[in-house]
Design a protein. Structure first.
Length: 379
């Protein structure tokens, strides 16, 4: 059997891989995407759908800004739900207000008093002292967005080879369980599974898995949540807030008062989907191979914290799940083991926010350095 031939082969159909395929097909190249699953089922669909652009700094902010433009274009062209929501931040203590005021010296974070925050979020009046809004952020439904992007890319001519495992990669050939594919450029975007395909590279850069618990709930809220909602626990996680003395003071206070939540490595945040249900979470635990068993204590904590914050007495659980994403000592894995073979991943929990921009930058760099001629192919 004659090998398939493509200008670009993308290994992995998560958000980074889809972004690479989109960048390539927009340039008129023949693209094949290979994935061992039958559809995107990993971190790309197991998240909040929160595109948290304004909370990033440095390279992450560059990728996030680029991603924002691509998300808006894709939503329009592929026809999935996405809104320019911004992000609300609920402050429950004066130290959280102090941190937000420090961060709001730039023009994309706006302080809110308690009354204004409550007009946008159905929270208990006694639970908050004020808050802020990040103006730049977006929200989507990740389960719908991923499948819509796959369909749209297929309509543009991208060929998807699902249920096909990749066994070996080089700059010019991808070996799969359904035969070889010859290519002028290979993009490997398999998230944490890089340790299965390129184990020495994964070990060198320290890639492990970060497992997180999440759930979707419903409740009789008195009004809708206008935007994704972060809390003080969230401020400890994002680069935009990480460099201030106020952040260290907040971490010390939260960890001292709530060590059980600190042990969960909590990011207490919420997004509301168009059907009115809430995604809530999440906890974090890193290891080479997370166990499959999810302690109920994490879910109990999510519900207790949500009940204390929202203006409702009870939530009904609809779904629980475990998300897994790649983690390393830096925010991104950007490697080129040989010319023409690119290995990329977001190695922290901001893949949806930055992944499309990371993929676009990788394609732009690779193609400008060595432009690829369009090639024909056969099976």
């Amino acid at each position: 059997m004659t090998n398939l031939v493509a200008d670009v082969v993308v290994v992995g159909s998560g958000v980074v891989g889809l972004g690479a395929a989109y960048s390539a097909v927009r340039r008129g190249l023949r693209v094949i995407v290979v994935d061992r699953t039958a559809a995107p089922v990993g971190a790309t669909i197991r998240n909040f759908g929160h595109l948290c652009i304004g909370a990033q700094t440095g390279l992450a902010r560059e990728f996030a800004d680029a991603s924002r433009d691509i998300w808006l274009r894709l939503a329009s062209d592929a026809g999935f739900w996405l809104r320019e929501s911004g992000t609300l931040i609920a402050a429950r203590g004066d130290d959280e207000i102090a941190l937000l005021e420090r961060a709001s010296l730039s023009d994309d974070i706006r302080m809110l008093d308690a009354d204004e925050l409550l007009r946008h979020a159905p929270l208990r009046r006694e639970a908050v002292v004020g808050g802020a809004r990040i103006e730049t952020d977006l929200q989507t439904n990740p389960r719908e967005a991923a499948s819509a992007i796959v369909s749209y890319l297929a309509s543009l001519g991208v060929e998807f080879r699902f249920r096909t495992a990749v066994t070996e990669v080089s700059a010019s050939r991808v070996q799969t369980t359904r035969g070889a594919i010859d290519s002028g450029l290979v993009i490997v975007a398999v998230n944490h599974d890089i340790d299965q395909l390129l184990p020495e590279l994964a070990e060198r850069v320290g890639v492990v898995r970060c497992a997180l618990d999440m759930m979707r709930v419903t409740a009789d809220l008195p009004r809708a949540l206008d935007a994704p909602l972060l809390t003080g626990w969230s401020l400890l996680r994002y680069g935009r807030f990480g460099s201030f003395t106020e952040t260290a003071a907040l971490r010390e206070r939260l960890h001292a008062e709530r060590p059980e939540l600190a042990a969960l490595d909590l990011n207490q945040m919420y997004t509301q989907l168009p059907d009115g249900t809430l995604i809530i979470g999440d906890s974090h635990s890193k290891s080479a191979q997370p166990g499959p068993f999810q302690p109920e204590a994490a879910f109990d904590a999510f519900l207790a914290e949500a009940t204390g914050l929202f203006e409702v007495d009870r939530f009904r659980v609809l779904e629980r799940w475990q998300g897994v994403y790649a983690s390393a000592s830096t925010d991104f894995l950007i490697e080129e083991p040989e010319p023409g073979l690119h290995v990329i991943a977001a190695t922290t929990g901001i893949g949806m926010t930055t992944g499309l921009g990371l993929a676009e930058r990788t394609l732009e760099t690779a193609l400008n350095r060595a432009p690829l001629p369009a090639q024909g192919g056969t099976s």
